[in-house]
Design a protein around this ligand. Structure first.
Ligand code: NDP
Length: 256
């Protein structure tokens, strides 16, 4: 199985669930990146312990404090990462952080809608804006033709629940704020692909499957290990023909 060969990777929400497993498997892969920037809200606190344990074994793992719902924190994190990269670019930005609240049309309110948008849609938008110079640098420095995750890419971790066409089959879980914010993330991905593609940056939304994490619960179909193995095997096959699309963890296209 081909592995992604991105040299510098940054992830959000990487202290637990899918984000933490992505960090683990990237570090344990056949060609680990030279830099993995694992960002999370509290790397120093109890919720950052597993990341700190990993960092003590992997000198290429750098922990960076980052709350994606805080625009100034995003700008500060981009400056820190730029300093650590020492003139190199960022090949792969994985916008993984997300929140999920079980609200219906009857129970959702404006605060919850705004909270979900801030983390699930506005966060990825601002992350891409702040890290764009570093992604462009990676694209310019690459000798690879076309678009790829090895060269420069933004991967937005989205969900099937954000697909408008597929809503009827899963609407027994209304999760209004989550669905609407992830549908916004899907639209953002298409807009990013059309804009950033010209600079050599691939932009794709990926659905990890229904995964046993705090968000997915233990009732979910997939272990986090299986989902992340799938996601990491999809990354190397992505090219310009996938840019601006929503794909699942097996690489199958999901309709908008
Ligand atoms: P978890 O709830 O297990 O983990 C969520 C992660 O996001 C945590 O690291 C959390 O950090 C972080 N996070 C939340 N808000 C912020 C914020 N404002 N700034 C930075 N980090 C934040 O979820 P999963 O691992 O299951 O989900 C990861 C991604 O996959 C999400 O985008 C989710 O929507 C998507 N997904 C998950 C599915 C599933 O079945 N699990 C299905 C489809 C999509 P902290 O510990 O600080 O709270």
């Amino acid at each position: 199985m081909a592995a992604v060969r991105a040299r510098c990777v940054l992830l959000t929400g990487s202290n637990r669930g899918i984000g933490l497993e992505l960090v683990r498997q990237l570090l344990g892969g056949p060609q680990p990146p030279t830099h993995v920037f694992a960002t999370c809200r509290d790397p120093e606190g109890p919720r950052g312990k597993e990341l700190r344990d990993l960092a003590s074994k992997h000198p290429n793992l750098v922990l960076v404090k980052l709350d994606v719902a805080n625009p100034s924190a995003i700008v500060s994190a981009a400056k820190i990462v730029e300093g650590k990269l020492n003139g190199a670019g960022l090949n792969l930005l994985i916008n993984n952080a997300g929140i999920f609240t079980p609200v219906s049309l009857e129970t959702v309110d404006s605060e919850e809608m705004i909270r979900a948008y801030k983390t699930n849609a506005v966060g990825p938008l601002l992350m891409a804006q702040a890290f764009l110079p570093l992604l462009k640098k990676a694209a310019q420095d690459s000798r690879e033709e076309g678009l790829s995750c090895n060269k420069a890419a933004i991967i937005n971790i989205s969900t099937l629940l954000g697909s408008i066409e597929r809503t009827p089959e899963s609407y027994f879980k209304p999760v209004i704020s989550y669905r609407c914010s992830k549908a916004a993330l899907n639209m953002l991905t298409r807009c990013q692909a059309l804009t950033y593609g010209k600079a050599g940056i691939l932009c794709v939304a990926l659905h990890p499957g229904w995964v046993k994490t705090d968000m997915g619960t233990q009732e979910a179909d997939l272990t986090v290990d299986t989902s992340v193995q799938g996601l990491l095997s999809v990354l190397p096959i992505l090219s310009e023909k996938h840019s601006g699309m929503l794909l699942n963890w097996k690489g199958k296209t999901i309709p908008w």
